[in-house]
Design a protein around this ligand. Structure first.
Ligand code: XMP
Length: 515
């Protein structure tokens, strides 16, 4: 990836750092995110850097223990854009004055820019932006000019054109900053003078060559679930190393309606005998018998997955590599920011533990990409849109959508309900508007009446959320007609169910899954 013109985003702990990266990638510019305290000198010179963005952050520069500006960054002599805390760091460094106000400037705000600034080129004099700050600039550093004020008369941007240093008090990366995209594009193309765009075609071509060299005559195994990440990983590797790729699909019996058969038919066609399906549903379900605790379920599924996968993989002799569908957000999140792990809400199931156990080297061909880029790459690899645009599905599958004990009967009910719900969303073209939709089988039976008969059957909850990355989510607002039809279809087709509830909880405070 050395040849890409790259923007380095220095992370000071803002909740919006990944959003900055996404907004830059959306403009087809390659960028990398690094925590402020993990940037080595070698790294800075080894990359083809065209500009640097300093992110926002929760600290105050007036606090002695707050993250500092790394002087190495200033010595590179390339354009720098500080956003919020990043701006205040620059102001502090060049001896401007920072003030602390009793109240935060938070939310929508209007800014007026009067001076000619390259950053605001093509933008009307007054622009709506998103603010989120306590500290503010009281006096700009010598040599800098103020280029805009907010309607509360707070300095909103400064710059020193000669030094190529720019700063914004507001967040151009946030959707509510209506000219944010243009401001970032001005920085990238007019100030940093990025001339070659990051193209997925080039990425694909280079990646295949790179994998080809690295894995020549080596055997690689890949855990395939049929999800987007593992599917694209396997198709990409197959292009590079053909029959040295072996894909193992562990069917734990907790998949969606007909999913297992679909996965088998697609991948058998593509990989032939190098695609191995293991029906491990009996093992998984017997280990999950009588288990109610969600974390215990996850741990059992994770551990059993490793055991089954390992046993199957050992049948293939002389394997050296394990392929994983790690994406760039996973990499960013796995670099501990302040040295400690981030709060763990749920233990997610992955194949961690396998490489050490089996003495395998890891290959992660998608680790530079975001999810939307992975989908586009999948398209270039001729993967069917049905596979690429599927909603995310958790590793532990339906086990975490059946609160309480699990058995085959409950799985079967939930599969049928879920299928009616999802089919309706697809028919009405709602599926694409939703990040994730699914049903949950509740451990509650209630009384109902159907025809002249009294029923005593299961209750189902349905969940549909919109989201960008699964970190936060909003419930989807169905129309009354949709809710009526969904409920009608489920109850008239699945006799074990007589009540349908809609979950209208956002994340936070809820999570997307129920367990
Ligand atoms: P939550 O429930 O934490 O879910 O709001 C966020 C996203 O992660 C998925 N999820 C999982 N994925 N293993 C996975 O591979 C898991 O254990 C797991 N739990 C949640 C969830 O479906 C949503 O997309």
């Amino acid at each position: 990836m050395l040849d890409n013109e790259t923007i380095l985003i220095v992370d000071y702990g803002s909740q919006y750092t990944q959003l900055i990266a996404r907004k830059i990638r959306e403009q087809n510019v390659y960028c990398l995110v690094y925590p402020y305290n993990k940037i080595g000198s070698k790294f800075l010179v080894s990359k083809n850097l065209s500009g640097i963005i300093l992110s926002g952050g929760p600290n105050s520069v007036k606090d002695k223990k707050s993250p500092k500006l790394d002087k190495k960054i200033l010595s590179l002599n390339i354009p720098i854009l500080g956003i919020c805390y990043g701006l205040q760091l620059l102001c502090n460094e060049f001896r401007g004055k920072i003030g602390q106000s009793s109240s935060r400037e938070y939310g929508h705000s209007l800014i007026n820019h009067n001076k000619k600034s390259e950053l605001f080129k093509g933008i009307k004099k007054t622009s709506q932006v998103w603010m989120s700050h306590g500290d503010h600039i009281k006096k700009e550093p010598n040599g800098f000019v103020v280029t805009s004020f907010s309607n509360k008369n707070v300095i909103s941007s400064i710059e020193d054109k000669k030094k190529m240093i720019f700063g914004l008090q507001f967040h151009p990366e946030v959707y509510h900053s209506l000219d944010g995209k243009k401001i970032l594009s001005n920085f990238l193309f007019n100030i940093c003078k990025i001339s070659t765009k990051f193209k997925l075609e080039d990425f694909l071509f280079n990646k295949i060559n790179e994998l080809n060299k690295k894995l020549k005559n080596k055997k690689v195994i890949c855990g395939l679930s049929g999800g987007v990440d593992s599917t694209v990983t396997s198709f990409l590797l197959h292009r590079a190393i053909k029959n040295n790729l072996y894909c193992i699909f562990v069917d734990h019996g907790l998949l969606r309606h007909n999913e297992s058969n679909e996965v088998v038919s697609i991948f058998k066609k593509k990989f032939g005998n190098n695609f191995i399906r293991v029906d491990a549903s009996n093992i998984f379900l017997s280990k999950l018998k009588k288990i109610k605790d969600p974390e215990k379920k996850r741990k059992i599924i994770g551990k059993t997955f490793i055991e089954v996968f390992e046993k199957e993989a050992k049948k293939i002799k002389n394997v050296e590599f394990l392929a994983q569908g790690t994406l760039y957000p996973d990499i960013i999140e796995s670099i501990p920011f302040f040295g400690g792990p981030t709060a763990k809400i749920k233990s997610h199931h992955n194949v961690g533990g396998l490489p050490e156990k089996m003495n395998l080297k890891i290959v992660e061909p998608l680790k530079e990409l975001f999810k939307d880029e992975v989908r586009l790459l999948g398209k270039k690899l001729s993967i069917s849109p049905d596979l690429l645009n599927r909603h995310p599905f958790p590793g532990p599958g339906l086990a975490i959508r059946i609160p309480g004990e699990i058995d085959r009967k409950k799985i079967d009910i939930l599969q049928r309900v879920d299928n009616h719900f999802i089919t309706y969303l697809k028919e009405k073209n709602i599926y694409k508007k939703i990040w994730q939709a699914f049903a949950i089988l509740l451990p509650v039976k209630s009384v109902g009446v159907m025809g002249d008969e009294r029923t005593y059957s299961y209750s189902i909850a349905i969940r549909a959320v919109t989201s960008v990355d699964g970190m936060t989510a909003d419930f989807y607002m169905f129309s009354k007609e949709d809710l009526t039809e969904i409920s009608k279809r489920i109850i008239s087709n699945v006799k074990e169910v007589n009540r349908v509830l809609y979950d209208f909880t956002s994340k936070p405070p809820g999570t997307i899954e129920w367990e």
